[in-house]
Design a protein around this ligand. Structure first.
Ligand code: GLU
Length: 331
């Protein structure tokens, strides 16, 4: 459990240890939107379900804003996210956590991994990587081309490499609540993970893996579009000597044409629903009904919905909701 200790500065090793102890003590969930636009119904439903579960478990529900990828951030989006959550009655615990304010922690972990020889510099251009993802390429899995590159490469060329985590042979596994146990082969299906991009940006996988540990997150509830990303995050946690939290990947909200919604494309959020005259109880009812928690057309506040549920009833509903979406996808 404590194999990260020699790798990290003492203060950070202590933070990771404290996080891991905290997660043993009870439920700690988090909602972690990127401030790339207004939240759509899928984001809002994930937030509602996470909040309900944390409250039913008597645990904590944290709000973390994943704002490291600054060019993608939209002005005002993080304020709008907080206002939308509060309008729905979904208050988070403690202060908002900003990944941009936690760069020091991620940077220290990156240095620790580098010192231990787990990282290597990669000089592959966007073009080379695009070829890997091309239809006849390697299916997007990085083949480790730069694994043997001399360590001083970046310095000699006057260029910064990106830094990749070397994945050992074998499967990356995690506990998946609404489906078969998560498992992906590291080198074959995931490929060495970029933890710092050549332009200096710290990668989402690094920040997220570190945060789940340091913040003592016991349960991650998020959209099923992030199922594959889990393996990369589990790989980082494994190198830090820690086991991952439990994951629940929830079905995505699809529009009338079966397309998933996107924040960046401005899929309808609360503003659109309000413009149609829906108030908070109507929106909570709509979101809850879409996951099978209440009948269609129900109107109730988040606090009232909480009163109607028990932990086992929510769990059963979410299983049925996920199974239904999975069998719907097959037909
Ligand atoms: N911030 C990312 C997103 O909004 C990831 C969220 C997560 O890991 O839950 O898609």
């Amino acid at each position: 459990m404590a194999s990260f200790l020699p790798l990290l500065p003492q203060h950070l090793a202590e933070q990771v240890s404290a996080g891991l102890r905290q997660r043993e003590q009870g439920y700690r969930g988090r909602f972690a939107p990127s401030p790339t636009g207004a939240m759509h119904c899928g984001n809002l439903r994930t937030a509602l379900l996470g909040w309900l579960e944390a409250r039913l478990q008597g645990g904590a529900w944290l709000l973390r804003i994943d704002d490291l990828d600054t060019p993608r951030n939209r002005p005002g989006a993080s304020e709008a996210i907080q206002a939308d959550l509060l309008w729905l009655g979904l208050a988070w615990d403690g202060s908002v956590l900003w990944q941009s304010e936690r760069r020091g922690i991620y940077g220290s972990v990156l240095s620790g991994l580098r010192r231990q020889g787990w990282l290597y510099g990669c000089r592959c251009s966007r073009r080379m990587l695009a070829d890997i993802s091309a239809p006849h390429g390697l299916g997007g899995v990085y083949p480790g081309s730069c694994r043997e590159l001399a360590l001083g490469w970046g310095m000699e060329q006057g260029r910064c490499p990106s830094w990749r985590l070397r994945l050992p042979a074998g499967a990356l596994c995690w506990q998946e609540r609404y489906g078969p146990p998560g498992e992906l082969d590291g080198p074959q299906a995931v490929g060495d993970v970029v933890l710092r991009r050549a332009d200096g940006f710290l990668a989402y996988h690094l920040a997220t893996a570190v945060d789940e540990l340091v913040l003592g997150i016991s349960d991650v509830l998020r959209g099923s579009d992030l199922w594959g990303a889990t393996a990369a995050q589990v790989a980082v946690m494994a190198r830090l000597g820690a086991s991952p939290p439990r994951y629940g990947h929830l079905p995505l909200w699809r529009d009338g044409q079966g397309q998933r919604l996107s924040k960046r494309e401005g899929s309808e959020g609360l503003a659109g629903l309000r413009a149609q005259g829906l108030d908070a109880p109507a929106v909570v009812g709509l979101l809850a009904a879409s996951a099978g928690l209440v009948p269609q057309g129900a109107r109730l506040s988040a606090a009232e919905l909480l009163q109607e549920l028990t932990p086992s009833c929510l769990d059963a509903c979410l299983r049925a909701f996920s199974d239904g979406a999975a069998s719907g996808a097959k037909t």
